[in-house]
Design a protein around this ligand. Structure first.
Ligand SMILES: [Zn+2]
Length: 661
């Protein structure tokens, strides 16, 4: 079970405040501050020790020249914490790490350098405090003393250490250390590996340092994302905070994809959105209430806690209207959270994340394609990596670009031999060289790239259910494969008259089908189904419904009894969590529709109710009751063939349904 259970209703209270504004904190009133939070049902707030401008908001003894020069309220941080503690509100402290504008100006030699020898981050004549400082510089010593002083002067519930990233640095300190460690600094891969080791070593050292002062304060190092890279350093953290503001560039798929991975790393986790319309520092903006509801309730549905970002204005007067908005959501969270505490996700499917194998560390589109397709299909799934145990999954999916090294091949072959089901697509299952299938269970041999693209899949039989039996374009080039013994083509491709080139082309886009058979398109061998096209990336790109339908049909073949079935639209999100001690399941249903209303901006304004939603849940034994919670309305249900069936009269936004075991 997860340790360090976080609170459910948290605020991340930014306070990056320049010295070019006077009267900093002049309007701060500790009781008004904490009463406003308490009234909005907030139970934890992260408050500011040191900001990206480089200023301190407490009465430092050691670093008096770093105290904000216009700080009108001398003990701002201390009194924020005291007022919160009086109302049983936790108050962890925020400290910036790699971005500090003041120190970057005072010690330009501490700024990380890119391989061209230039400073990383904001150029001199642009606004912004984004120069990354190097922890291999004497800055490391400053951080140690700074943290020690914070413990000396203030009560510390936890530390949120911000901007802690592996930065590819070629400063003189890093080059000396690389030389001493025998690292070839001129080699990009070796240098980047050194950068990752640098930051991980620093985190472990800092956690050990913090533990000298507190055995149990929470510790989190923020890099704006949590992924497979963080597994190796989880011991330095007490929990995960998944910074993911849908309007701030993360989008609406980043949180569900990331949380479905992070929640399996053995630590408690929270989502972090913002009250801002767009992103951090968007003063005087307000998120649409429906969007804030969706974002917070999604965190609960995915077994996480909630955090909402805000920024206190320079004068320190908390915005009542912001907390009217936040309170409207957090009071609902408060009513729901007893069905969310110690919640463990119940899932059928483990999706190996292509992120683990992506050299640049970003999230490949196949992650978002898989998230969308499975969520829209009502499936219950985690993202996993090559180190995750597979025992709890009925189906493992390898989307598009999962190279399979010998150890992973052995693990997956064993899983399939033991009755596990496997779906792979495109290059997933190939060896690391990419020239042969390492996964023999897929039943295919590698020939090369598909000779035609786009080509066309011809739906047939069970895999083609609900699709017209005619060519469907597959936009992205697949692989040419041959069937091995015992494998069967569930669907084959048709090829165009020719590939579109300047010498021969037809009409505006791709060449139509010549109605000639190509190769096998979807192949089954026993427990495994293989798609030769990159269906997950393609769905992330242009969302052809037939790609999703083919995947859902493959799942119907391999997983005839999924945990949840419903007859709602594809915009319903359904998740299932178990509370062991309460002996119950909590089914979360959400219906909010993010819309592209700005050219590059998705939002939600309206909650569109659904009526008479029919649900069928795979239930292990006789259920005692089915109730809508927290209001408690009982729902009539029938139970047969290992499933319980009932109708929800109305779904308006978010509904938890308690299944008492
Ligand atoms: Zn460096």
């Amino acid at each position: 079970m997860q340790e360090n259970q976080l609170r459910f209703r948290q605020i991340h209270m930014d306070y990056h405040t320049t010295q070019h504004i006077a009267g900093v904190g002049a309007e701060f009133d500790p009781d008004e501050f904490a009463d406003t939070l308490a009234k909005a049902a907030v139970d934890s707030v992260t408050v500011f020790g040191r900001c990206h401008h480089g200023w301190l908001y407490y009465d430092s003894k050691k670093f008096r020249d770093r105290i904000h020069p216009n700080l009108a309220y001398k003990h701002l941080l201390r009194d924020q914490i005291r007022a919160c503690h009086k109302r049983n509100i936790r108050a962890p402290i925020y400290l910036t790490i790699q971005w500090d504008h003041l120190l970057s100006r005072q010690h330009p030699e501490w700024i990380t350098l890119n391989p061209q020898g230039q400073q990383n981050g904001t150029p001199p004549y642009e606004a912004g405090f984004y120069n990354h400082l190097c922890v291999n510089s004497p800055y490391r010593q400053f951080l140690e003393e700074h943290v020690a002083e914070v413990f000396d002067l203030l009560p510390v519930d936890g530390l949120f250490l911000d901007i802690v990233q592996a930065v590819d640095c070629s400063c003189q300190n890093c080059r000396n250390l690389m030389a001493a460690a025998g690292v070839n600094a001129a080699n990009d891969t070796e240098r980047q590996a050194f950068a990752l080791k640098t930051i991980n070593d620093w985190k472990r050292e800092m956690t050990a340092h913090i533990r000298k002062f507190s055995k149990d304060c929470t510790i989190f190092y923020n890099a704006g994302h949590v992924g497979p890279r963080d597994r190796q350093i989880a011991d330095a953290y007490t929990h995960w905070e998944l910074e993911s503001l849908p309007g701030g560039g993360w989008g609406y798929l980043h949180f569900p994809a990331t949380q479905r991975y992070a929640r399996n790393l053995g630590l408690d986790s929270m989502g972090m959105t913002g009250k801002f319309h767009t992103s951090w520092g968007d003063f005087h903006s307000f998120k649409n209430p429906a969007a804030l509801q969706f974002e917070c309730f999604m965190m609960l549905a995915l077994a996480g806690k909630c955090s909402i970002g805000d920024q206190l204005p320079p004068d320190g007067k908390i915005c009542k209207h912001t907390y009217d908005l936040i309170g409207s959501v957090y009071r609902e969270v408060a009513a729901k959270e007893s069905w969310c505490s110690q919640a463990e996700p119940v899932v059928d499917i483990g999706v190996l994340t292509p992120e683990e194998f992506n050299a640049d560390g970003g999230l490949p589109p196949a992650v978002f394609g898989a998230t969308r397709m499975l969520q829209e299909g009502g499936h219950q799934f985690d993202f996993i990596d090559s180190k995750s145990p597979l025992g709890k999954y009925k189906v493992v999916i390898l989307p598009d670009t999962i190279p399979v090294a010998p150890a992973l091949a052995a693990k997956l072959e064993k899983f399939v031999a033991g009755g596990g089901k496997l779906i792979a697509s495109f290059k997933s299952g190939l060896n690391e060289a990419g020239d042969a299938f390492a996964l023999k269970c897929l039943g295919v041999d590698f020939v090369g790239d598909a000779p035609f693209s786009p080509d066309f899949i011809m739906p047939a039989g069970e895999i083609g259910r609900d699709l017209p039996k005619t060519e469907h374009v597959m936009y992205t080039r697949g692989l040419q494969v041959k069937l091995r013994k015992g494998a069967e083509a569930l669907a084959s491709t048709r090829v165009p008259y020719f590939n579109r080139t300047w010498e021969h082309f037809c009409s505006h886009r791709h060449t139509p089908s010549a109605h000639k058979r190509g190769g096998p398109g979807i192949i089954q061998k026993g427990n495994c189904i293989y798609f030769m096209h990159p269906i997950f990336t393609e769905y992330a790109d242009v969302t052809p419904r037939w790609c999703k339908q083919l995947l859902l049909n493959a799942l119907d073949i391999l997983l005839p009894q999924p945990l949840i079935r419903h007859d709602g639209p594809s915009t319903v999100v359904a998740t299932l969590n178990r509370q062991k001690t309460e002996k119950r399941l909590a089914l979360h249903l959400l219906h909010y529709i993010p819309q592209r209303r700005g050219q590059h901006f998705d939002t939600i304004e309206d909650v569109i109710p659904l009526h008479d939603l029919t649900l069928s849940i795979k239930a292990p034994k006789k259920l005692k009751s089915v109730r809508c919670v927290p209001d408690g309305a009982e729902l009539a249900f029938t139970q047969h063939d290992g499933r319980i069936n009932f109708t929800l009269p109305k779904l308006e936004g978010h509904q938890i349904i308690e299944l008492a075991l």
